[in-house]
Design a binder for this molecule. Structure first.
Ligand code: GLC
Length: 825
């Protein structure tokens, strides 16, 4: 008896904690068969037997939107915080029908709408082969069979789309997930969560990017399920039949992208949700952080160490202790008495300051008779009696409230706090304008943290379920708004910085996010552990974020939580020296881990990689600009460049920068060699110039001082001079390291601009193409007429053809920005 009770209690517990992904989605109510349709210029609206409506909108020949409303008509309101582009040029398409199906045909896709049951099938318009097909009709939880299992049963009902799973189908994307590159047979939840010390498999973590790529027999497609409610993705985890996705409320609303090239899907996703603007060039510089550096003299000491040790540095981050009692938009008067003077002193050494800004505004009603804050610099005044940010937020009704009208009071670093309702346009603008407190002091960038939003009262979000947001007059609750909170906070920050400093590119870093975040912010992967397991996750996480529309990524170098060790720190730099965001950061109760922390031998290795990063800046910046323009990330999984090579589909301990640099880091202790997979073609060992024929595994030396690194034959890598901070010197000379392919050819472009202002958007850049071919015993290099109006002035170009020989063939010329052909003998 007792045993039975015990077992049933355990069973009960297990079923309560079981994830929704274990659910049988076939139990849901399926949408009815099609009874008719109307056509307009951009697509079809279907009506169904159960009064449901489905709208298919043709946005581009390779992009179709699917929107369904169950048992009722689609609402007129159609709004998403994620979408950047709604105005698409007209597309040529046609429709045909027979008794069984209605078919939409564009130049690239056929959408076959099977009438009964209603199943959507996406096919290649040329080959007519199926790319992706519904495994069951779109479904919703009419009878509430899943209600018990929902996180917020009051928020809505499950809506689900279910797709047939290919036996050779691979899945990528979903933004920030603590998992491997290929997500086949796994399942995921999206619900932005503060998860310090997460390990592989922890889910969800900080961000929600409900966009994935499928690669089915080498053919790529993408699906963006634009629904901000708690959502679920199951890639053949609960059943080998299907890959399904769904959400706890809102519409079944998704976008289908067709490749067949992965890069094309990624690019279209950027068109739809926004292209990352270029950050300032110094954002690619080395960054140092600590929870927390204070007082100001401590910050200067860290900078002095960097300079005295000849270690490059561009940015120092001020974590929460710079504030007066964790009040955002203030400075602690003792620790940072004159922030303006500090940023000026650091500026003379080429170093910028970035301050953390959390969403929690200290809950501090003004004390009776408290004097008003200084109108000119309220952030510098005493804040124990009166806190201007809180006062203004209350007065203007910008903070979030519960459904019963009470102010919502979460607990974060300042203790009791209030959160801004960033869905209110005026509140968002106010928040952006508050950043004057920083820009007036010369602060160069803003770090948004705790924006899931984290609440110490309850990290799951349950304490926030009845919190209401304005949401365009809908006054919707947390279930809909949690996942977009960080996106809207980053938007307010970015737009505020733009207004405050229109001649500078904003630099924002965020922890949490929703799709579209790349329009406003760069990101880092939150509170990692200082362990080898966590380090190994760097590669699949950075590449996955890149595939999911977030090219500017990085992780706390050395890991955030825990002791760490010299070997781990060095190996960590050997990944991050090529990550867009390269910042060493450590928790408050952790051990110091600046590059010099473990002694000279390790510091010397770290210096070598940081110096190389700065030499590679022209190459990194060129690939970053490509990411901005095309959406194709710079930090890439090999499969993105070698889609036809199945050996790359699961490969997540190597990465590439752009098309040309392949890196195979060491992510385990005590390793001095490793196997490296090189795709087909010629490869050069970056360190020795030894040539390899690809399409196979090779064994590479990887003692602690060496990260195996290879350059693709056919590439030209532009290198600048050594520098200790970005733009310390003009880009002169530029060395073009030429790596001929099997035919003796190589080509590249190099992108340059002022690195600071938004003028590049108006054509103030220079793009120079170089192509090289073999010419007898030597080579001929041709430079195109540069594109763009940026004029860097005359400088030296060094052309250096790489080979296994001891002496390279080189040629030095003066570049004056005109097209020319030169021989390198
Ligand atoms: C969070 C951040 C971490 C920061 C800390 C204190 O844990 O993720 O980077 O140091 O808060 O602000």
């Amino acid at each position: 008896m007792h045993i039975r009770k015990f077992l049933s209690a355990i069973f009960c517990l297990l079923s309560l904690t079981a994830s929704l992904s274990g659910q049988d989605v076939t139990a849901l109510e399926k949408i009815g068969p099609v009874t008719g349709f109307v056509r307009n210029e951009s697509g079809l609206t279907l009506t169904c037997q159960d009064n449901s409506q489905v709208r298919l909108t043709i946005l581009a020949p390779d992009l179709i939107r699917v929107r369904a409303s169950f048992t009722k008509s689609l609402p007129d309101k159609d709004h998403s915080w994620a979408i950047a582009k709604t105005d698409w040029p007209a597309v040529r398409w046609s429709v045909r029908e027979d008794a069984a199906a209605i078919t939409i045909v564009t130049d690239e896709i056929e959408v076959v709408i099977h009438r009964s049951p209603l199943l959507l099938e996406f096919r290649d318009a040329r080959t007519h082969e199926t790319i992706n097909v519904d495994e069951q009709p779109m479904a919703y939880d009419a009878r509430g069979v899943m209600t018990e299992r929902l996180f917020d049963p009051k928020a809505g009902r499950m809506v689900v789309a279910s797709k047939k799973l290919g036996f050779d189908e691979h899945f990528y994307g979903l933004g920030e997930k603590a998992s491997r590159l290929d997500k086949r047979r796994d399942s995921f939840v999206n619900w932005n969560s503060d998860t310090p010390g997460y390990t592989e498999g922890k889910d969800p973590i900080y961000q929600t990017i409900p966009f994935y790529l499928g690669l089915n027999r080498g053919v790529a497609y993408g699906i963006f399920f634009d629904n901000s409610y708690r959502s679920y993705f199951d890639f053949g985890h609960s059943s080998q039949q299907r890959a399904w996705f769904g959400a706890e409320g809102g519409e079944l609303n998704y976008y289908f992208f067709y490749g067949p090239a992965l890069k094309k899907v990624v690019s279209r996703y950027a068109d739809l949700t926004g292209h990352m603007p270029l950050p300032p060039l110094w954002a690619l510089g080395n960054q140092q952080s600590r929870w927390s550096y204070y007082p100001d003299t401590m910050v200067e000491r860290v900078v002095r160490e960097y300079r005295e040790r000849d270690l490059p540095l561009d940015v120092v981050h001020l974590d929460i202790d710079y504030m007066s009692g964790y009040r955002v938009f203030t400075f602690d008067a003792k620790r940072f008495p004159d922030p303006r003077a500090l940023t000026e002193r650091l500026g003379r050494q080429g170093v910028k300051l970035v301050t953390i800004v959390d969403p929690g505004v200290k809950h501090q009603p003004a004390a009776a008779g408290a004097p008003p804050p200084s109108p000119s610099r309220p952030e510098l005044g005493p804040h124990d009696q009166r806190y201007y940010v809180y006062d203004q937020g209350i007065e203007k009704n910008y903070f979030q409230h519960r459904q019963n009208g009470e102010l919502f009071v979460p607990k974060v670093w300042p203790g009791e706090s209030a959160f801004v309702d960033f869905t209110k346009p005026a509140a968002s603008r106010w928040w952006g304008d508050l950043h004057r407190a920083y820009t007036d002091s010369g602060i160069a960038g803003i770090w948004n943290d705790m924006n899931e939003p984290s609440d110490f009262v309850d990290q799951t979000g349950k304490n926030q379920l009845d919190v209401v947001s304005f949401d365009e007059g809908e006054n919707s609750t947390h279930a809909k708004n949690r996942n977009v909170f960080a996106l809207l906070m980053a938007r307010a920050t970015y737009e505020g910085l733009q207004r405050l400093r229109p001649d500078r590119r904003p630099y924002v870093i965020t922890r949490a996010a929703y799709a579209g975040i790349q329009r406003y912010s760069t990101m880092w992967t939150g509170d990692t552990n200082s362990t080898w397991e966590a380090l190994a996750l760097n590669i699949p996480m950075f590449t996955t974020l890149g595939l999911s529309g977030e090219p500017f990524v990085g992780s706390d170098v050395g890991g955030f939580i825990g002791r760490g060790n010299p070997e781990l720190l060095v190996r960590s730099y050997q990944i991050s020296f090529l990550a867009p965001f390269c910042r060493n950061h450590k928790v408050i109760d952790g051990y110091d881990q600046e590059p010099w922390r473990f002694g000279k031998p390790y510091e010397d290795i770290i210096r070598r990689y940081l110096k190389l990063r700065y030499r590679l800046l022209p190459f990194l910046y060129t690939t970053l600009e490509e990411a901005h323009r095309t959406g194709v990330p710079l930090f890439r999984p090999l499969m993105l460049n070698y889609q036809d090579d199945p050996a790359t589909y699961n490969l997540d301990d190597e990465f590439m920068i752009g098309n040309d640099l392949l890196v195979a880091p060491v992510v385990k202790p005590d390793v001095t060699q490793r196997l490296v997979y090189l795709p087909k073609g010629v490869w050069y060992d970056y360190w020795t110039n030894r040539k390899y024929e690809g399409g196979r595994l090779i064994r590479a030396d990887a003692p602690l001082e060496t990260v195996p690194m290879f350059v693709r034959g056919g590439a030209v890598i532009p290198l600048g001079p050594e520098m200790n901070y970005v733009q310390e010197k003009p880009l002169d000379p530029i060395t073009f390291a030429i790596y001929p392919d099997e035919k003796g050819s190589a080509a590249a472009t190099i992108y340059e601009d002022d690195g600071l202002t938004p003028d590049y958007k108006q054509g103030a850049f220079r793009r120079t193409a170089i192509s090289v071919r073999q010419n007898g015993a030597g080579y001929t290099a041709s430079f195109s007429t540069p594109e763009g109006s940026h004029r860097p002035g005359a400088r030296t170009f060094i052309l250096a053809v790489q080979s296994e020989r001891a002496s390279l063939q080189t040629k030095t010329i003066t570049d004056n920005g005109s097209a020319r052909t030169v021989d390198v003998k």
